[in-house]
Design a protein around this ligand. Structure first.
Ligand SMILES: Cc1cc2nc3c(=O)[nH]c(=O)nc-3n(C[C@H](O)[C@H](O)[C@H](O)COP(=O)(O)OP(=O)(O)OC[C@H]3O[C@@H](n4cnc5c(N)ncnc54)[C@H](O)[C@@H]3O)c2cc1C
Ligand code: SF4
Length: 1004
């Protein structure tokens, strides 16, 4: 990290000098504003109020320019020149006033004023001359496209404004040369005349620069914003003086066209002029910004520049950086514009929050800062002061807690949610994490950063299409393509109402799809409404960002209310099965026992029938241990980090073989090619997802009329009448509204969170107070990364390939795990330079994920600002302890297997180094127990949310009965992961599919 600013000693002095000037100007402006009222009748302040407010604005403008230019003296040389110009205007004006022979004015300030301006200007010239000024280390990007009409127009306007301003500045001083009686009163105070001239003159200089090169002086050096700031200062000063009264300044009036214009009118006119100029200049600034950034689709120009500057800081290996920051942001922008999500607003807020955050420490916004100062600021305020919480942050945490307490009371929620609410430090951390995610999406998705070069730079990633192969890569398409009604087809056919629906299923994931297939087998007709896109596997690509935006719910930005817990879910025809790893575990008997134990009146699940369904699903989905097929040998198919992990596990448990179970995973994958892209969709038809297998097979067998699928149809409301759902309302992409009237049966299979949300939004179960959206649980995950002394290329091969269970720790499971670059960057431990360094070792790192089944203590509430569902969750201490236990064991396994370093995703970044003394390394990993005391101490997330509509025998603690029917409703069912009363700990999709198969017998 370039934390040391590479300024020369003299440049630092220049910056300090500018900051000192800024402080003096700002304080002087305040003094001129306050003192006339504090020292009533002091003759010094007798002056026309419009000169006084101009002087205040002029001093503040000079303060602003000095303050901004001190942030990066190399980049803001032009701004320093303007400050110098302002001082010169002051000095020359004082001289001009002292040599004139006109009406009498105060003499004393002339000398003082001249002395101050001249000394300040000389000082500035001296510091500038001494300072070495090479080119700035980094400048915001400017396109070289031809000048637009808007820019040409802006040039003319700024040019005219600049000339007029300089003329007016000169005029305000030279007027005193003319012995015009009516001006005698106005020209009484030279200090205020000069102050006014400085303001107008400096604005003129800024405008002329903007006219000279509108691109450079709006993007590199923000002169148009300076013009706006100058007028804003004037506007504020006028407003304060108007509100405080004109008494200290005397009574003034002007005669215009024979009419006498009073002071109030003059000041209002000046104020109005400021407003008009501000609006006009902001408009021009926007037009120039838009002309330069006309290709961005989601971010606005300010956000673009903010993220560009942040990306410049976050991708910290300056020597080896391969992608300029603007290219990173252009990619991020195209990702963000490609999907709809109410979380996108949060991402924008995070960008702007970070951009403006330096103001709290009296520094200019992020985009103005010298890159090294920016890096230092981000590191200090967004990491170090969070890790070792500073007194200030503790104070704000307390304030935020008090606000949360009031909010909870106000919204009628329980005070026990307080710990799961957003804290001040949590907010800063989340702000940073959003910015990091958006940067890494744009950076690591760029092929330029993938190859490893001789100097060691690059992450060493080769996409599957470019890897050497001795086997044939040919997609298997076992069934004809699906027939799906997309919004375009609905538009073309003018479909608004569907009257003939038999079974309507909301959602097409494992729950919805398996149930649909079973209902078709029973002779029913099915209509599936799916809010995600329909993407044919032929259209899957290796572009992670593109696939994430198309296949994930909220573009993978879904996060809990505390902004500490990421919740990944798919959203597409086929549901999360399109992006999952297809790993299958039988439902543990203890899980079914726990579910049954919740009932005091008979079994919730009939074990025999349930496990019979499980066997049928296993056969249907061809669930087997991964075996070699087209690609040989098996080790080549599996995650290439696994051979190291396998030998590490064996060494660690040597002599304790009955203490653990370690094996290749079972999955609904056949003849895997080991491309490593399960999480962005299997292009090759080897993963038997709902999209590849269940939906097309069922539709092919039963006909597209009997199995209709409508994609991009977001079901927003279920309408009931006397306990029966009579209408299903959906909004289709593009805005079309779709109504399904009088369906016989409605099954909600939108997955955890979204199924509960739909029921909550529809007011289902309100009357009998069903616990909808309560009791959510997760397989909470956190990975451990291990660096080896050789190339591991863990990205090559099946992402999750082995599992490990430790028998005396039934609360967690391990799975080997690795990702293509973007996904890996999002969880790679480290911060700024350490993150960059770890990513440079991407091909030497292996990782294992830990899954802990949490207690069912989360619930859903309406999100306060963004709309949609918010998950309130804080892991219990017991769950957190299980996770840490698991990580410590895993760390020791890695070291036994020869890992050089081990990294956890802890808030306090800490690499654990194997110094060949294994015992020493092991005791280091034990330190994790001290490091992780709270959920904010470690990055947590899940791809396995469960619960929210628990199955059971009583409406007091369950939403659906053993027949999957919502209590109190005659034709409404829920069938998906949301019906789990407790978490499975093991991967849940086989349980979801089994439940769907089992539920079919009850659905009428
Ligand atoms: C990256 C990742 C990897 C995973 N890997 C594994 C694994 O290896 N093994 C495993 O067992 N599990 C895995 N899972 C979890 C597993 O995929 C899910 O538990 C399972 O898919 C849940 O099935 P479901 O039917 O409940 O919901 P989903 O599969 O989530 O399907 C719900 C569907 O409903 C749609 N929907 C939601 N609301 C509405 C609405 N209002 N209107 C219309 N449509 C709606 C959604 O768009 C979605 O397509 C993984 C999950 C992720 C995110
Ligand atoms: S690794 Fe995953 S995506 Fe690739 S072929 Fe195998 S199942 Fe398909």
């Amino acid at each position: 990290m370039t934390s040391e600013i590479d300024y020369t000693q003299d440049e630092r002095k220049l910056a300090t000098y500018l900051n000192t000037l800024a402080a003096l100007f700002a304080v002087s402006g305040l003094a001129v504003l306050i003192l006339p009222y504090a020292l009533r009748n002091a003759p010094f302040f007798v002056a026309p109020p419009f000169f006084v407010t101009n002087t205040i604005a002029g001093l503040w403008l000079m303060a602003y320019l000095s303050w901004c230019s001190a942030a990066d003296v190399r980049r803001y040389r032009a701004m320093i020149a303007v400050v110098f110009g302002g001082l010169l205007i002051g000095a020359v004006s004082f001289v001009a006033l002292s040599v004139r022979t006109g009406p009498p004015i105060q003499d004393a300030p002339l000398l003082i004023g001249f002395g101050l301006c001249a000394a300040a200007a000389l000082g500035l010239a001296w510091f500038v001359r001494k300072a070495q000024m090479p080119a700035p280390p980094w400048l915001p990007w400017i396109t070289d496209k031809p000048t637009t009409g808007a820019e040409t127009f802006a040039r003319v306007v700024f040019g005219l404004f600049g000339l007029a301003s300089l003329f007016a500045a000169a005029g305000s001083v030279l007027a005193s040369y003319f012995n015009v009686a009516l001006m005698t009163d106005l020209l009484v105070n030279p200090f205020m005349i000069v102050g006014s001239a400085i303001k107008i003159g400096v604005l003129g200089l800024c405008a002329l620069l903007a006219a000279y090169d509108p691109r450079r002086f709006s993007q590199h050096v923000q002169m148009i914003i300076a013009l706006v700031a100058g007028h804003a200062g004037s506007l504020i000063a006028i407003a304060i003086v108007a509100l405080s009264g004109y008494a200290p300044f005397g009574d003034y009036s002007l005669v215009v066209g024979g009419a006498t214009v009073g002071l109030g009118v003059i000041m209002f006119g000046a104020w109005l002029l400021d407003v008009v100029i501000i609006v006009a200049f902001l408009y021009f600034n926007r037009r120039i910004n838009l002309a330069l950034l006309d290709h961005i689709g989601f971010l606005n120009p300010t956000q673009f520049r903010a993220l560009e500057a942040i990306a410049e800081t976050l991708v910290a290996g300056k020597m080896h950086e391969r992608v300029p920051p603007h290219e990173i942001v252009l990619r991020t922008d195209s990702y963000m514009r490609s999907f709809r999500s109410n979380r996108l607003g949060l991402a924008k807020l995070a960008m702007m929050g970070l951009q403006l955050s330096p103001l709290a420490w009296l520094s200019p916004p992020i985009t103005y800062m010298h890159p090294a100062a920016r890096a230092r600021f981000v590191d200090l305020r967004f990491k170090r002061e969070i890790v070792d919480t500073s007194a200030l942050y503790r104070f704000f945490d307390g304030v935020m807690r008090a606000i949360n307490r009031v909010l909870l009371r106000f919204t009628g929620r329980s005070g026990s949610e307080l710990d799961a609410a957003l804290s001040f430090t949590g907010m800063l951390e989340a702000m940073m994490r959003f910015n990091m995610q958006l940067t890494y999406l744009g950076y690591y998705n760029n092929p330029a950063v993938w190859p490893k070069r001789e100097d060691g730079s690059g992450i060493g990633y080769t996409p599957f299409s470019q890897r050497e192969k001795t086997f044939e890569v040919k997609p298997i398409r076992a069934h004809p393509p699906l027939t799906v009604m997309t919004p375009t087809i609905l538009d073309q056919e003018g479909i608004d109402v569907i009257d003939d629906a038999d079974v309507v299923i909301v959602g097409s994931g494992p729950g919805g799809a398996i149930l649909a297939e079973q209902m078709l087998e029973k002779g029913r007709r099915v209509l599936i409404l799916e809010k995600g896109l329909y993407v044919h596997p032929d259209d899957f690509s290796e572009d992670e960002v593109d696939m994430i935006s198309r296949l994930y719910s909220d573009g993978a930005l879904q996060i809990s209310q505390s902004l500490r817990f990421t919740i990944l879910q798919g959203s597409a025809v086929g549901g999360t099965s399109v992006v999952n790893n297809a790993v299958c575990f039988d439902t543990p008997q203890r899980v079914i026992d726990t579910w049954n134990a919740r009932s005091s009146s008979g079994k919730v699940i009939d074990d025999t029938a349930y496990f019979d369904s499980q066997q049928k699903v296993r056969a249907r989905m061809r669930i087997k241990k991964i075996a070699e097929g087209t690609r040989k040998p098996l080790d080549a198919v599996l995650n290439h980090g696994d051979s190291l992990i396998t030998s590490a596990v064996k060494s660690y448990f040597a002599g304790r073989e009955d203490a653990y179970e370690y094996d290749v995973v079972e999955a609904n994958i056949v003849d895997c090619l080991g491309c490593g892209y399960c999480n962005i969709g299997c292009k090759y038809g080897r993963k038997l997802s709902m999209l590849d297998e269940v939906l097309p097979a069922a539709q092919h067998k039963h006909g597209a009329d009997n199995m209709r699928i409508i994609s991009e149809a977001n079901v927003t409301q279920l309408t009931e009448s006397s306990g029966k759902i009579t209408e299903v309302h959906a909004v289709v992409t593009g805005g079309r509204k779709l109504l399904v009237r009088n369906p016989k049966t409605v099954v909600v299979s939108g997955g955890t969170i979204h199924s509960s949300w739909l029921l909550m939004q529809s007011g289902i179960g309100k009357a009998n107070k069903l616990p909808i959206g309560k009791g959510l649980c997760f397989n909470m995950g956190s990975p451990l990364h291990a660096l080896f002394d050789r190339k591991v290329t863990a990205y090559d091969g099946l992402q999750i390939a082995h599992y490990l269970k430790v028998h005396d720790h039934p609360g967690f499971v391990y799975e080997t795990w690795y990702n293509p670059p973007v996904a890996q960057a999002l969880t790679m431990p480290g911060w700024l330079d350490t993150h960059f360094r770890n990513m440079q070792n991407y091909d030497r790192i292996a990782a294992v994920g830990v899954l802990v089944g949490t207690e069912s203590n989360a619930h859903i509430v309406p999100a306060l600002f963004t709309g949609g569902p918010d998950v309130v969750f804080q892991p219990t201490q017991g769950d957190l302890n299980k996770l840490v236990d698991a990580l410590v064991i895993l760390g020791n396994i890695f070291f036994t297997g020869g890992a050089l370093e081990v990294y956890a995703t802890t808030r306090r970044y800490q690499p654990y180094v194997n110094q060949s003394a294994v015992l020493r390394a092991q005791s280091q990993v034990d330190a994790l127990r001290d490091l992780v005391k709270h959920d904010y101490d470690i990055l947590l997330g899940t791809g396995h949310p469960q619960g929210g509509n628990a199955i059971g025998t009583s409406p007091a603690n369950s939403v659906i009965g053993p027949d999957f029917k919502v209590f109190g409703y005659s034709n409404l069912y829920v069938c998906d992961a949301s019906v789990f009363p407790t978490s499975t700990t093991v991967n849940p999709q086989l349980t979801v599919m089994t439940l769907a198969h089992y539920a079919a017998q009850f659905v009428q």
